[in-house]
Design a protein around this ligand. Structure first.
Ligand code: UDX
Length: 430
């Protein structure tokens, strides 16, 4: 928003985050964002505070961008943070005519409920409204996706609120950028429908991977071939260890939970299958590791390359690679993890795994190498890079990014997901 020309204050209840942001330091990894933060902390257009009353007296537009994680011990979305942020913001707003804009991914019906809450809780004499404007940015591309969005979706109750948001986004809207103006329910559902579709696409190809790894065939060629049909498209058809992160898994679970509450559980039942297919892929990667080690992993040194849920991120929430590493560790293997950005966050969750600072340390004397996140550093690997370091030439490429024929020709026992490995392919049980 500062880059688009606005004066911006960022508010959070966590003083540590606010302190580090005020110094121009980002508390997580996101390419290009630290530079932008520093640029506008220096330009004076961006500052940070924990003081809600300061923004309440100052802002014309207030974005709420707090998380909606999966509830502990359940499958629905935890709305505690959205509710708390909205309530405390509304009570602080003293400037009449302000607009509150929800960006968080929420169960359908939340915006209407919060609209009523805003009207009930606002200060006397203050005019306040609420809009819903879902966020579609991808981690790793946050700056690009925000400054050049592929569409903007706004759910509003009044034309004035829509007009205000158009003004806010005028600079970011290219001539071709679709502007979708709609009601609260559609805006909320667009976000979860988009993520459910993406999750379905990934699990669709991974379901075919289960078939090809049993009957033979090549899953990547299959994806390429159906992807040439532009009604299908090649994107999000990469078979492998499946999807993870802070969005796709919890969003499909929250959607199912919400529609079940509405008495429509049959409508989204297929998402349960999508989730199950996805989780089976992690087990399959572990099963492949067992196969390559002749079912005996105890004490074996295994290098796990990549534990973030995807490259260009340090996010290990619901990360397939970390899950695979933990399963191998729990089965008795000596696991050495290397990820260019994710080691620190992973160590907070699984402190007992071995973490090293370089690829060569991870693979040194390894009896098996498992690639679980396709960082460029790993995609560029050749057999010659590793052969003098490892104890045995065994490799599981759980993202299907390396040329199998080349590795096999160099004498490696090389397995991928979605490719038949041995005649006696075993089911995923570990
Ligand atoms: C997703 C949506 O893409 C974004 O629009 C939304 O705002 C938030 O959720 P993100 O979580 O950053 O973004 O990651 P995304 O790039 O969608 O990848 C999700 C997961 O799917 C990753 O674990 C990735 O490795 C996996 N994936 C992606 C595959 O397994 N195969 C693919 O073909 C594509």
């Amino acid at each position: 928003m500062a880059e688009l020309g606005f004066d911006v204050i960022g508010v959070d209840v966590d003083p540590e985050k606010i302190d580090s942001l005020s110094r121009g330091e980002l508390p997580f990894h996101e390419p290009g964002l630290p530079e932008l933060i520093r640029k506008h902390v220096d330009s004076g257009r961006l500052r940070f505070t924990t003081d809600m009353s300061e923004v309440g007296a100052w802002g014309d537009v207030h974005f709420i961008a707090v998380g909606t994680p999966q509830v502990k011990g359940g499958t629905g979305a935890d709305l505690t943070y959205v509710d708390a942020a909205t309530t405390s913001l509304v009570r602080s707003i003293t400037k009449s005519g302000a607009l509150i804009v929800g960006k968080s991914t929420v169960p359908v019906g939340t915006a209407a409920r919060l609209y009523d809450l805003v009207q009930e809780q606002k200060n006397p004499g203050v005019e306040l409204s609420l809009a819903w404007n879902p966020e579609f940015l991808r981690e790793g591309f946050a700056v690009e996706d925000t400054l050049r969005p592929d569409r903007l979706v706004v759910g509003t109750r009044t034309e004035a609120d829509e007009a205000k948001l158009r003004e806010v986004y005028a600079e970011a809207l290219g001539r071709e950028t679709p502007w979708v103006s709609t009601d609260f329910e559609t805006a909320e559902l667009v976000k979860v429908a988009a993520n459910a579709f993406l999750a379905t696409k990934i699990s669709f190809i991974n379901a075919f991977a289960e078939v090809t790894e049993t009957v033979g065939g090549d899953i990547t060629t299959l994806a390429d071939a159906i992807g040439f049909d532009d009604r299908i498209g090649r994107k999000f058809l990469n078979a492998g260890v499946g999807f993870g992160g802070g969005c796709l898994p919890k969003d499909i679970r929250a959607l199912q939970t919400r529609v079940a509450e509405l008495g429509l559980d049959h409508s989204m039942k297929f998402l349960d299958e999508i989730d199950q297919i996805n989780l089976r892929r992690r087990k399959k990667a572990v099963a492949r590791a067992f196969e390559l080690l002749d079912q005996d992993v105890v004490g074996k040194k295994i290098a796990v390359l990549g534990i973030t849920f995807k490259p260009l991120s340090d996010d290990v929430r619901d990360a397939p690679g970390l899950d695979v590493a933990a399963r191998l560790f729990n089965a008795g293997a000596d696991v050495q993890v290397y990820d260019p950005e994710g080691n620190k966050n992973a160590a907070k969750r699984y402190p007992r795994l071995g973490y090293v600072d370089s690829l060569s340390e991870a693979v040194k004397d390894a009896e098996l190498v498992v690639l679980t996140t396709e960082w460029n550093e790993f995609k560029a690997l050749t057999p010659a890079d590793l052969e003098d370091l490892v104890a045995a030439k065994r490799f599981v490429d759980a993202r299907n990014v390396l040329p199998a024929a080349e590795w096999e020709a160099a004498g490696w026992t090389f397995a991928q997901l979605g490719r038949k490995f041995r005649e006696s392919d075993v089911p995923a049980t570990h």
